[in-house]
Design a protein around this ligand. Sequence first.
Ligand code: SF4
Ligand code: SF4
Ligand code: SF4
Length: 202
Amino acid sequence: MKLGLVIDLDTCVGCNACAVACKQWNTSGTTGLLTDFEPYGKDSTGVWFNRIRNYEVGDYPNSKTVHFPMSCMHCDDAACVTVCPTGASYKRELDREDGVMKKCTLCVDRIYDENLPEDERKPACVMTCPSHARYFGDFDDPNSEVSIISRERNGEQLMPELGYQPVNKYLSPREKKNVGTYVNETNSIKAVKDWVNRLVTR
Ligand code: SF4
Ligand code: SF4
Ligand code: SF4
């Protein structure tokens, strides 16, 4: 059995709900507390097993924002005791209060909990994602949802060149259609802009 996540970068809207659900579940679960330091201060920090990065790809007006959730990738051949080579989980998260390293557990205390209804034995992040951008399952089973969607959408590992064999897979954003850009500019604003442009290009 090879359990892991598939994350669809095409439908992720960067809402951070998965990160919050992860924090909430795990801080009160077997790996908790996940401590925070100065959470409302300028240099706030804390333990988050899942974080969302946001990137602007391409040039305006054909640019696209890509939201990139990152957690531990559950590498087959991991070298993460000291440093996470993918950079994906920013090393394991050091809990300064407990003095130990912690990371995504795939919510073991949910997925094996027989007290939960079967359809809820999934990670908290998967359960909570409003755009269904997260999938969980067994990559060793060719008929599992994660295997099927990875095959169909060409699921990719993050930084495979490092050789650590991350189990989690990402689905790339689809090509988006270019749409015309309408600029509502009155003649007088345009005249001022033209004048400024002429001035600065002298
Ligand atoms: S992503 Fe891989 S190397 Fe990094 S913490 Fe997870 S298992 Fe270890
Ligand atoms: S699987 Fe569980 S521990 Fe891992 S990122 Fe999702 S909610 Fe967090
Ligand atoms: S909850 Fe879903 S849509 Fe929101 S950031 Fe996480 S993966 Fe993306």
